[in-house]
Ligand binder design. Sequence first.
Ligand code: HEC
Ligand code: HEC
Ligand code: HEC
Length: 176
Amino acid sequence: MGWRTSLLKDCRLLNILPAVLLLLPAVLAGCAEPKPVKSEIVKKSGLDAEGRPLAFSVFPKTAAGDIDWVAALKEGILNPKESLDPAGPQDSPILNLDIVFNLSDAYPVPNVVFPHAPHTLWLNCNNCHPSIFIMKQGANPVSMDRVIRGEYCGRCHGVVAFPITDCLRCHSRPKK
Ligand code: HEC
Ligand code: HEC
Ligand code: HEC
C-alpha cells in the first residue's frame, strides 16, 4: 500500500509541475529586483512626465508652452547639419521675405504673416515650392478650413511645427 500512496502524491505534484516551472522566472525576478520608483522609470525611459525627451528641458518655450524651435536655433542651442549625407546638397539661403495674408474685416482676427526667414533657417525652397505653394503671392487659395484639414500651412503646422491652436503666432499683424 505504501508505494501506491507515494505514487499518487508524486502524480499530483507532476500535475502542477508545468505551472510551477512557468511561474518560476517571474517569482525569481520579483524576488531579485525591487520595483523601480517613478523617477527611476522616467530617467531610464529618457522621457519626462509629459512624455517629452528629458533633453527638451533646455529649449526655450513659446507663450503656449511648446518648444520654440526657431529661438533654439537663433540662440545656438541647436546647430543642425545641412544634410544627413555629409556630401549632400547645400542648404538654401535664408530669405528675408514676409508675405502678408490680408483678411476681410468680417473676421475678428489679425492678418497672417508668413515669414520666409525662420522657415528657410530650417527648410529648403523646394520643401514648399511648388508642391505646397505656387511661388507667387496670392496665387494659393489658402483658408483656415484647409489649413486645419492639413493643407498649405497645415502640411507642417500641427504635425512637425507648432500647433494650429497657437493662433496669434500666425495671425500676428493687427489690421490697420
Ligand atoms: C515653408 C514654406 C516655404 C518655403 C520653405 C519657402 N517659401 Fe516662398 N512662399 C511661401 C508662401 C506661403 C508664399 C506666399 C504664397 C501666397 O501668397 O499664396 C511664398 C511666396 C514666395 C514668392 C513670391 C513672392 C511674391 O511677391 O509673389 C517667392 C519669390 C518665394 N516664395 C521664394 C522662395 C525662395 C527663393 C525660397 C527658398 C530660399 C522659398 N520661397 C522658401 C512658402 C515658402
Ligand atoms: C514645409 C513645412 C511648413 C509649412 C508648409 C509652413 N511652415 Fe511655418 N514653420 C515650419 C517649421 C519647421 C517652423 C519652425 C518650427 C516651429 O516653430 O515649430 C515654422 C515656424 C513658423 C513660424 C514661427 C516663426 C518664428 O519666428 O518663430 C510662423 C509664424 C509660421 N511658421 C507660419 C506659417 C504660415 C502662416 C504658414 C502657411 C502660410 C506656414 N508657416 C507653413 C514649417 C512649415
Ligand atoms: C500655421 C498658421 C496659422 C495658424 C496657427 C492659425 N491660422 Fe488662421 N489662417 C492662416 C492662414 C494662412 C489663413 C488664410 C489667409 C487668407 O485667407 O488669405 C487663415 C485664415 C483664418 C481666418 C479667415 C477665414 C478663413 O477661413 O480663411 C480665420 C477666422 C482664422 N484664420 C482664425 C484662426 C484661429 C481662431 C486660429 C487658432 C485656433 C488660427 N486661425 C490659427 C494661418 C493660421
